[in-house]
Ligand binder design. Sequence first.
Ligand code: PAF
Length: 274
Amino acid sequence: MVIVRTIDALQEAKNALSGSVGFVPTMGALHKGHLSLIQQARKENEHLIVSIFVNPTQFLEGEDLDAYPRKEAADTRICELSGVDILFMPTVDAMYEKDELHIGAPAIRGYILEGEKRPGHFDGMLQVVMKLLNLSGANNAYFGKKDAQQLALITQMVKNYFMDVKIIPCSIVRDEKGLALSSRNIYLNGEEKERALSLSRSLKRATKMVMAGELNVEVIKKEMLIVLEETDEVEYVAIVDREFNALDVVEIGNTMILVAAWVGKPRLIDNMWI
Ligand code: PAF
């Protein structure tokens, strides 16, 4: 595995590769969720590039940029053992200049749900993902369904800017109790971890209701909110189609149920695709 930190070194390392390239962009603190993306990308491509970059432009004022977990040594080892060809760990200066050109999230889909709670977050996320996709020159790029809105916006960006890369959505990875894996789960103590399970429980409850024939969105959301009373604060429960349009009635095969809630220090998100 080659570790590169500059754009020139990345280009040089990439030039030595021939054949299909898979790319997994991350912010580090790798867990089993990342590992499943890396493993899938490893299987489906001849070469694999992983990036680790805690992107400042997607953190809002007062968010956990400085405290965001950084585990370079452990992450490097995981990448090495997973058959990564190039590990790209750029500095902020390598990625950004002062008076940058900006791309923005779409006015509606970029400013509802996560975008409403974290205004500007998706602008910064798309800005860095555009750079990373261009730099990697990958054929296939892998993103988790857990960040469903991020995934939808990246897919839209690739379509709108005619970018030559295929975005591959990957399943959510959960712990044995059902908690969706996230780098921020390390902030949860034992009691909070138990309460955090109410996110996945609320989604299970919703799925069961749908399976039993209840398709009314308001009725399902009401039940979910009861399960979510165990959290400290619910930010949203949403039932939308795969393009993030609000639904009154669940459309089997085209629906996502999404939840965001605070438990202790972290803000957690989870979702289920129906
Ligand atoms: O999902 C993430 O970890 C980040 O948003 C991403 C896609 C690596 C961009 O910084």
